[in-house]
Design a binder for this molecule. Structure first.
Ligand SMILES: [Zn+2]
Length: 327
């Protein structure tokens, strides 16, 4: 038997609405006839990823891997799908139910985004390799009130964020929460329950949050600079230009450039103008790229510290001269 074209369209519509992957249960709840599901699989319109889980051809590699392994896209992999900072790990992170016993982790290790395909804001999929598996506590799952369209294959935002905070180191965890607040994936009133569900050792992160940050790398630099004893103000205005990302000790600006992931001639021209403008305004600005943060921080910090102390010396000398001339 083949699925009638009407049945097929109904199935495709239903799976697409669910984010290109759907469980048999979801399809049956949509009153789709089991025989039509099987016929759609035989015709190639629907792909069976594992028992009771189906995908359209356009389902992406993260979705396929998570579901084939027996879980759902979770933790940092789920956050990245909605543009939230998820740290630097290139592995896929999946959530599996506490009862999961037969996982197919080996089957998905060879799959993933080719490492030659540069990661961008739009190509966030994990590279091949063993997945990071997170067993979700039963009570975390039961806090959900209603089934969401993506429940079959994607962890809900709060569970993903909670897991990511456990999975990431301090600075990336802070950057992830800042980013989730900024993207309105979670809201300020959700922080209470998020932190209530986190262990005591992570409670101290709360005072370091600042959703004013414009990007993950900016959050990370803010955290590092404050922990190194500097006074850091985020998003400070420069007359005639856009805000400085960070102002250090009131004297040196820092602009965090995520050019590794997106670029454009117009943006570059604007950035140069902004740097020039900051000097004209008496707040010299250093512009740093992600690799200055993640690959060579000690020399980057030394450069920033030197610029800050030189500017502070200059301000002090000017003050002394002023006092001498007026005194
Ligand atoms: Zn994780």
């Amino acid at each position: 038997m083949t699925a009638s074209s009407r049945d097929l369209r109904l199935i495709q519509h239903c799976v697409r609405r669910n984010g290109n992957v759907a469980s048999r249960r979801t399809l049956l709840e949509a009153r789709i006839d089991p025989a039509s599901i099987d016929a759609a699989c035989r015709s190639g319109a629907l792909e069976r990823l594992r028992r009771g889980m189906y995908a359209l051809p356009e389902a992406d590699i993260d979705q396929r891997r998570a579901v084939m392994a027996g879980g759902r896209v979770g933790c940092v992999s789920a956050l990245r799908r909605v543009g939230v900072w998820g740290g630097l790990d290139t592995a896929i992170h999946i959530h599996v139910p506490p009862s999961a016993s037969r996982l197919h982790l080996d089957e998905i290790a060879a799959l993933g985004r080719s490492p030659e395909t540069r990661r961008t804001d739009k190509t966030f999929w994990a590279e091949p390799g063993p997945p990071r598996v997170h067993w979700q506590r039963a009570n975390a799952a039961s806090t959900r009130t209603a089934r969401s369209w993506a429940d079959d294959w994607l962890a809900d935002p709060m569970s993903a964020l909670r897991q990511a905070v456990l999975c990431l180191d301090d600075e990336h965890a802070i950057a992830a929460i800042d980013s989730a607040l900024r993207k309105e994936v979670v809201h300020a009133h959700n922080l209470e329950s998020l932190f209530r569900s986190l262990p005591r050792r992570l409670q101290r992160l709360r005072v370091e949050l600042d959703p004013a940050a414009d990007s993950g790398p900016e959050s990370i630099v803010r955290v590092r600079m404050r922990r190194a004893g500097f006074v850091v103000e985020p998003q400070v205005g420069i007359p005639g230009s856009s805000d400085l990302d960070l102002l250090i000790n009131g004297v040196v600006g820092l602009d965090i450039d995520s050019r590794a992931w997106h670029t454009g001639e117009e943006q570059i021209s604007w950035d140069y103008g902004k740097t020039l403008q900051s000097f004209a305004f008496g707040r010299p600005t250093l512009r740093i790229l992600p690799h200055h943060i993640f690959d060579m921080w000690p020399s980057t910090l030394a450069a920033i510290s030197r610029a800050v102390s030189d500017m502070e010396d200059l301000h002090r000398l000017r003050r002394m001269n002023r006092n001498r001339s007026t005194g």
